[in-house]
Design a protein around this ligand. Structure first.
Ligand code: EPZ
Length: 429
């Protein structure tokens, strides 16, 4: 397995171009199942999860064509996806357990062909992550779903019907799944307490471009009037707000100055607010922002709770914790979305961080210095928090299990090295 080696302590200076958002691209790709015409997506990030999803979609009968780069040096590729015929309605355990977003095919397959057999994703490193909201919502739309041998076996022989659905928990995935299903259902579907994440807005915009009738974009009440058919469309994936926030933290933790381009500050207002409170300077630009901190000015402690959008994102919790390990004060970081998303704590502690976890809250007391060490991570954002800590630590940090990072960060070492980081990848067995 590959590892990443960092010799920390160098402030980052330069420019980083942000890639297309993985968490937007995945549902946008799944939406191709709703039509027999071609859906073309631009600004697709080059990350492992995208490849995994292409493999899954091809198994369902989708024809996929990558079109190479469609812009500057690191602009994402574009892909044409055509689901002219659905030849197989099974999403196997082997793929879905590795990438939970694979389970999003449930609603679209049911809506398009009236049946689907989709593996339950199972737990993952950050929590139990059940599928009940997806299942309950589709059942309210007339599907019959049984759990058999670890699979959701679903049928809607007479098609799905519009329904009024109120989520008792805000769920990004369930909102996306039911939104896509509702586009081809008979009648009106109302989704109440829907997630408002920008990735949902991106999906609504693509579905509208495909001919869907959806009202309430950007709000927690989406009203979908089903259509018998959707058509093909072309769409450009939004910038990755979590990648943006992660590199903003990299500039902050190293006491450097980095311009983030090909992105939008409005996607991470909650993160910017917290960074400004911590004493970091964020200057908004036309196509992104410039993030800086004078290495002699302290990072101030902040208290933060993760929340659904527009609150502080859970996917930026581990990175903030890394930043707070070198603050000049104390911070309380509370995780409210996932029950087990502190797996980075013991690893950050190996670098000298002072963190105590009490239930869902972590008390971080700023350490004078982090010192490099070998570390290992359990999920994507935990891994990148170790990269951030490694950039600030003296000496050498080696991060193992890099495949987590490869799921969601495109050319991470290259982007950081271009700003002066001493970072390299060692190929493993
Ligand atoms: C999406 O996961 C993201 N993944 C996650 O990003 C992100 O952390 C999460 O949303 C929250 O923002 C993708 O977009 C591919 P949820 P998702 O359904 O949709 C509970 C990353 O690092 N829940 O919004 O799976 C659930 O247990 C990843 O890029 C139910 O109870 O998350 C959690 O507590 C990790 N029943 C809460 O809702 C359900 O049926 C939010 O989960 C579904 C969810």
């Amino acid at each position: 397995m590959d590892s990443i080696r960092i010799r920390g302590g160098k402030p980052l200076y330069g420019k980083i171009e942000i890639s297309g958002a993985k968490n937007a691209a995945l549902p946008l790709m799944v939406a191709c199942l709703l039509t027999d015409e071609t859906v073309t997506l631009r600004n697709l990030p080059h990350v492992a999860d995208i490849t995994t999803l292409i493999n899954l979609l091809c198994q369902h009968g989708v024809k996929a064509h990558m079109n190479g780069h469609d812009g500057g040096s690191s602009a994402g590729r574009s892909i044409c996806l055509t689901a002219e015929e659905i030849t197989n309605t099974e999403a196997p355990y082997d793929i879905v357990r590795k990438m939970r977003a694979g389970a999003l095919v449930l609603g679209p397959l049911l809506a398009r062909v009236g049946k689907a057999k989709v593996s339950l994703p199972g737990g993952c490193a950050i929590g139990t992550r059940p599928m009940n909201l997806h299942v309950d919502g589709l059942e309210a739309m007339g599907a019959k779903i049984d759990i058999e041998a670890g699979y959701m076996v679903a049928e809607a022989p007479n098609g799905l019907k519009g329904a009024e659905i109120r989520f008792d928990t805000v769920s990004v995935g369930a909102t996306e799944d039911l939104l896509m299903a509702a586009c081809l259902a008979d009648g009106v579907t109302v989704l109440e307490n829907a997630a408002r994440e920008p990735e949902i807005t991106d999906l609504v915009l693509l579905l509208q471009a495909m001919g869907a009738d959806i009202e309430g974009i950007g709000t927690d009440r989406l009203v979908v009037t089903g259509k018998p058919k959707l058509h093909g469309a072309e769409y450009s994936v939004m910038p990755d707000r979590i990648e943006t926030g992660t590199y903003a933290m990299a500039a902050a933790i190293t006491g450097g100055k980095v311009e983030l381009t090909n992105t939008r500050a409005d996607l991470i207002e909650a993160v910017i607010e917290v960074m400004e409170e911590a004493g970091i300077t964020v200057e908004r630009t036309e196509n992104g922002m410039i993030v800086s901190r004078d290495p002699n000015s302290p990072i101030l402690g902040v208290d933060v709770q993760t929340q659904p959008y527009p609150g502080y994102p859970t996917d930026m919790q581990a990175q903030l914790m890394a930043l707070m390990t070198v603050s000049s004060g104390a911070s309380m970081i509370t995780e409210t979305i996932f029950e087990n998303r502190f797996m980075h704590v013991p690893e950050l502690s190996r670098l000298g961080a002072n963190i105590n976890v009490h239930g869902r809250s972590a008390m971080v007391r700023g350490a004078k210095e982090l010192v490099g060490a070998p570390v290992m991570a359990t999920d994507l954002r935990a891994s990148v928090s170790l990269v951030l800590a490694g950039l600030a630590a003296s000496g050498e940090t080696v991060i193992n299990r890099v495949y987590h990072l490869d799921r969601g960060y495109e050319r991470l070492e290259e982007k950081l090295a271009a700003c002066g980081a001493d970072i390299s990848r060692a190929q493993g067995d």
